[in-house]
Design a protein around this ligand. Structure first.
Ligand SMILES: [Zn+2]
Length: 471
């Protein structure tokens, strides 16, 4: 727990010094927005000085040429008098840049797109940045540390977008950190017969009569940049008025029957998780299956992304489907404060998938699954080489320890405090941090308050020490 106290102190010092600089600078000059939000794993992700509210993403996509022409506007509010601010954006050629309709100047340094508006942006005032750009995405794959962080990805017959944690800035200019969520509208133009599926709900499709169609989509709720997705392929759309929320799935047209069978329990899963966590946070849900085998699935907001390898009649497929759905609560609605808090995403979604197995297939299947995971995390070689689940480092933030020891941490908590208290902890934690951000210490605080127990040693043992505690 010590490291969090230190972090809080450092943040306070940083905030104090930022306030001092801002107060002492002449108002006519303003100050530069910080180039990052202070994430200990990814110091350059996100930016300071403004709060993004809404993005309009206009894209013209040429699938054959693998070319993108984009016009992206960000509506934001200045949180300080701003002389200069950054977006995160890498690659592409910039064709036009304006701030409040007035041409602005810029420079680029790696992912930092450094914008100098012609006129000072006053604290608390709204402003709008427009960036027109074009080029070929995917030129920077070397920067992606994960198969699901490459951003915009082409495959034969389509496109998917997966960006955790830092792939969003590889395809559109953004404030690339979950601390600054925003709503989105999309206008994405492709050749017929391709279909576009993104986050939120389809508003309308315009046909230009010459073989091109533009798909207009809109999200109701703020979305972290890494959870923004665009999928293009010859999909068939399947729609179901579910018990909890509208479900709309996008499946490869020639695999629709098989996919409908594999995803048939989505509505039941939504009902189960709503019962144990609290209301489903968004206006719609569904799955998109890219017509390609993928070594991952990703919980892109309101439209989880899967590869064709999920299309099989196995318990493992149902576990993955439940995992991505559970992330809509834990990860997407309650988002990490910094990427060091990744256990709050992966430990929770992993345990939630086991809870679905317990509910749907019974206690014996649940215990077998938990024991399988325990065998992995109790292996001496695993213990020796795994990082701590509560602070796994940027390079190993998706290490199995975060998922499986992370899930066991919650299972051990459940055994320690009992079912009723455990599920109250989950509900109250979700209620308190939904549509926001949380750190691991916030969950510990809720668990202690709800259980009335001191749990510092418990969480330190499970999340930060090497030796595996007795469950
Ligand atoms: Zn996950």
């Amino acid at each position: 727990m010590r490291k969090y106290i230190t972090l809080v102190l450092l943040l306070n010092i940083a905030l104090l010094s930022a306030a001092w600089i801002s107060a002492s600078a002449p108002l006519t000059e303003g100050t530069r927005g910080a180039p990052g939000v202070g994430d200990p794993y990814f110091p350059e992700l996100g930016n300071g000085g403004y709060d993004a509210q809404h993005f309009r993403i206009g894209l013209t996509v040429d699938l054959n040429e693998r070319h993108l022409a984009g016009t992206v506007t960000m509506q934001a509010i200045a949180t300080q008098d701003l002389s200069q601010f950054n977006l995160d954006f890498l690659g592409f050629s910039i064709e036009q840049l304006t701030v409040n309709g007035v041409p602005a100047t810029y420079s680029r340094a790696g992912r930092e797109f450094i914008i100098t508006p012609a006129v000072l942006l006053a604290k608390d005032s709204p402003f709008e940045v427009l960036v027109r750009y074009q080029g070929t995405p995917g030129q920077y794959d070397g920067l992606s540390s994960q198969p699901f962080s490459g951003g915009w990805q082409h495959y034969p017959g389509g496109v998917y977008v997966a960006s955790q944690p830092d792939g969003a800035s590889l395809w559109y200019p953004t404030n690339d950190h979950p601390q600054d969520k925003a709503t989105y509208s999309f206008a994405i133009s492709v050749d017929a017969p391709y279909i576009v599926a993104t986050n939120g709900q389809l508003q309308r499709v315009e046909d230009d009569g010459a073989g091109r169609r533009t798909f207009y989509w809109e999200t109701r709720d703020p979305t972290a940049s890494y959870l923004v997705t665009v999928n293009i392929a010859q999909f068939s759309r399947q729609e179901q008025e579910g018990e909890v929320v509208l479900i709309r799935n996008y499946f490869p047209a020639d695999k629709q029957a098989q996919a409908e069978a594999v995803f048939a329990e989505t509505d039941a899963m939504l009902g189960f998780f709503t019962g144990i966590f609290g209301d489903y946070p968004f206006e719609v849900y569904g799955a998109v299956v890219a017509d390609k085998s993928l070594p991952f699935a990703l919980e892109t907001q309101t439209l989880s992304l899967f590869g064709t390898n999920v299309l099989n009649d196995s318990l493992q497929a149902q576990i993955v489907i439940a995992h991505e759905l559970a992330h809509q609560w834990f990860g997407n609605s309650v988002s990490v404060h910094t990427w060091r808090d990744i256990w709050l995403n992966e430990g929770f979604a992993t345990y939630a998938s086991a809870l679905w197995v317990e509910h749907r297939y019974g206690r014996a299947r649940f215990m077998t699954l938990m024991q399988d995971w325990y065998r992995l995390i109790s292996n001496p070689a695993f213990i020796l080489t795994a990082p701590p689940a509560g602070d796994p480092s940027a390079a190993r933030m998706f290490h199995p320890v975060v998922y499986y020891r992370g899930a066991w941490t919650l299972h051990a908590l459940r055994q320690k405090v009992g079912d009723e208290t455990f599920f109250n902890i989950l509900k109250i934690y979700y209620q308190r941090y939904q549509y926001g951000n949380a750190q691991i210490a916030d969950f510990v605080t809720v668990a202690e308050a709800v259980s009335g127990q001191s749990l510092q040693d418990f969480f330190t043992g499970w999340l930060y020490q090497q030796a595996l505690p007795e469950p």
